[in-house]
Design a binder for this molecule. Structure first.
Ligand code: XMP
Ligand code: MG
Length: 185
């Protein structure tokens, strides 16, 4: 539907579905359904994590609640600086709750590392991270991630929530962009 904007399909819809189920099974095991901390609180990072968040919540098969946060990191559109601004904060207090940050992609890891520090000051009972995708540079930052869906090459990817200039989020798969999309003619 985007013509030949997508150069290649990196991860198919079927592969994503299978991975979400696999991650859900691993995660559900860590959180007892009748925990004194209450239902597991999923914190989705807007906007990229929306599809992963909803698919994961349905696959988890334990009671979960959902909160969303929107952050923007200063710097160029393709390189984050680690200086983060909150565009939309959580609606609820997370003190004493089991919190799972749901991320679309970790690149440098700077955004996530800031987010983890920020949320940990709010005294959750536990704070873990699941990310669908991780790029190689993320391995150099020392931010602990409980579950990773796919380790991918250092290429710009779109689809399944991920965008280029707000487009392509609606694709059901993860693909790489044709250079003509971001190269001025
Ligand atoms: P850092 O470097 O702080 O940045 O881990 C993570 C954020 O950068 C964005 N990002 C991407 N967005 N395709 C995208 O659509 C990509 O290939 C990509 N790599 C990084 C994204 O917002 C992520 O949360
Ligand atoms: Mg993001």
């Amino acid at each position: 539907m985007y013509g030949d904007d997508i150069a290649s399909v990196l991860i198919t819809e079927e592969q994503i579905k299978a991975k979400v189920d696999e991650l859900a099974e691993l995660i559900a095991k860590r959180y007892p359904a009748d925990a004194p901390e209450g239902d597991l609180l999923l914190v989705g990072v807007l906007k990229g994590a929306i599809f992963f968040m909803t698919d994961l919540a349905q696959a988890l098969q334990i009671p979960t609640q959902m909160e969303f946060m929107a952050v923007s990191s200063y710097g160029s559109s393709t390189n984050s600086s680690g200086v983060v601004r909150i565009l939309k904060d959580l609606d609820k207090d997370i003190a004493g709750r089991n919190v799972l940050i749901v991320e679309d992609i970790i690149d440098s890891g700077l955004t996530l590392s800031w987010l983890k520090r920020n949320l940990s000051t709010r005294n959750p009972a536990s704070l873990e991270v699941v990310t669908l995708l991780r790029k190689p540079d993320a391995l150099r930052t020392h931010v602990e991630v409980a579950n990773v869906g796919f380790d991918i090459p250092n290429e710009f990817v779109v689809g399944y929530g991920l965008d280029y200039a707000e487009r392509y989020r609606d694709l059901p798969y993860i693909g790489t962009l044709a250079p003509k999309v971001y190269t001025p003619v």
